[in-house]
Design a protein around this ligand. Structure first.
Ligand code: ATP
Length: 233
C-alpha cells in the first residue's frame, strides 16, 4: 500500500534521512524505531508531504505521491498523528474531531463521530471541553481520533506513547491492537522499542538517518547487535 524508495531529506546541508526504503502492506502494523535524532519524524513528515525531499519516490495506494501537497496526500487516504499531538487546544473535542473529518463527505461525519466515541469513550465525556483542558492520555486519544475522522487507508503515528504515564502507555498499545483487529493499516514511530516490536507485524530500525535493519518484530527482538539502538526499550 505504501512504498518508499531511496528517500533522502535534508535540513540545509545536513541529510537527516538517507536513501531510506520502506514498505507497508494493507492491514499491517509496521513499527519504526531508533534512537533520538535517527530521522524517524523526518521520515513520517516526508511521507506526509510536510518536508521537501531531496531524492527518492513515495508511492501510495497505486499513485505516485512524491512531492505532493500535504492536503492532497491526506485526501488520498494517508493521515498523520503528529508528535506532541498538535490538537487545537482552544477548540472543543467535538470541534477537533469535525476538523479531522473535513475531507470526508458531510453525510458521513455523524457516523464517524459515533465510531470515535465508541472507540474512545472518554471523548464522549469531554465532548464540550476545550482540548487544552484534557490530560496527556486523553489528548493523545483525541489526536488519534481526529486522524481517524479522515477515514484514512493508512494512519501514521509519531510517538503516541511519548510522555504518558505507564498505564496510559498500556492503553496506547492496546489501542494499536484494537485498530489492527479492525483491519487498519498503521505505521508507528515509537521510542518504546521492545513493546513496539511485540505488537508490530514488521519493523524498521533507523540510526543516524539510515535504515539499518528490518524484519518481523520477533526477528528484530532477537538481534542483540541492535540492542544499543533500541533506546527506551
Ligand atoms: P526524536 O525521537 O528525537 O524525535 P527522530 O528519530 O524523530 O528523533 P528527527 O526528528 O527526524 O529524528 O531528526 C533527525 C535529525 O534531523 C536530527 O539530527 C535532528 O537534529 C535534525 N533535525 C530535525 N528537525 C530539524 C530542523 N527543523 N532543522 C534542522 N535539523 C533538524
Amino acid at each position: 500500500m505504501l512504498e518508499v524508495s531511496g528517500l533522502t531529506t535534508a535540513y540545509g546541508a545536513i541529510n537527516a534521512l538517507r536513501d531510506a526504503n520502506l514498505t507497508v502492506g494493507e492491514g499491517e502494523v509496521v513499527g519504526l524505531i531508533g534512537p533520538n535524532g535517527a530521522g524517524k519524524t523526518t521520515l513520517l513528515g516526508s511521507i506526509a508531504g510536510l518536508l521537501p525531499i531531496s531524492a527518492g519516490a513515495i508511492h501510495f495506494d497505486g499513485a505516485d505521491i512524491t512531492s505532493t501537497a500535504p492536503e492532497k496526500i491526506l485526501r488520498s487516504g494517508l493521515a498523520l498523528v503528529p508528535e506532541h499531538r498538535r490538537i487545537f487546544s482552544d477548540m472543543t473535542v467535538e470541534e477537533n474531531l469535525k476538523i479531522g473529518g473535513i475531507t470526508t463527505k458531510a453525510s458521513e461525519r455523524a457516523e464517524l463521530l459515533d465510531e470515535m466515541v465508541e472507540l474512545f469513550p472518554v471523548l464522549r465525556d469531554k465532548w464540550d471541553t476545550p482540548a487544552g483542558y484534557m490530560s496527556g492520555g486523553e489528548a493523545q486519544q483525541l489526536a488519534i481520533a481526529r486522524a481517524l475522522m479522515s477515514k484514512p487507508k493508512l494512519i501514521m503515528m509519531d510517538e503516541p506513547s511519548l510522555g504518558l504515564a505507564p498505564i496510559l502507555v498500556d492503553l496506547v498499545f492496546e489501542l494499536l491492537d484494537t485498530l489492527r483487529s479492525q483491519g487498519r493499516t498503521i505505521l508507528v514511530v515509537e521510542q518504546n522499542a521492545t513493546r513496539m516490536l511485540e505488537v508490530a507485524d514488521r519493523a524498521y530500525v533507523l540510526r543516524s538517518g539510515e535504515v539499518v535493519a528490518d524484519g518481523t518484530g520477533r526477528e528484530l527482538l532477537e538481534r542483540s547487535d541492535l540492542f544499543d539502538t533500541f533506546v527506551g526499550g
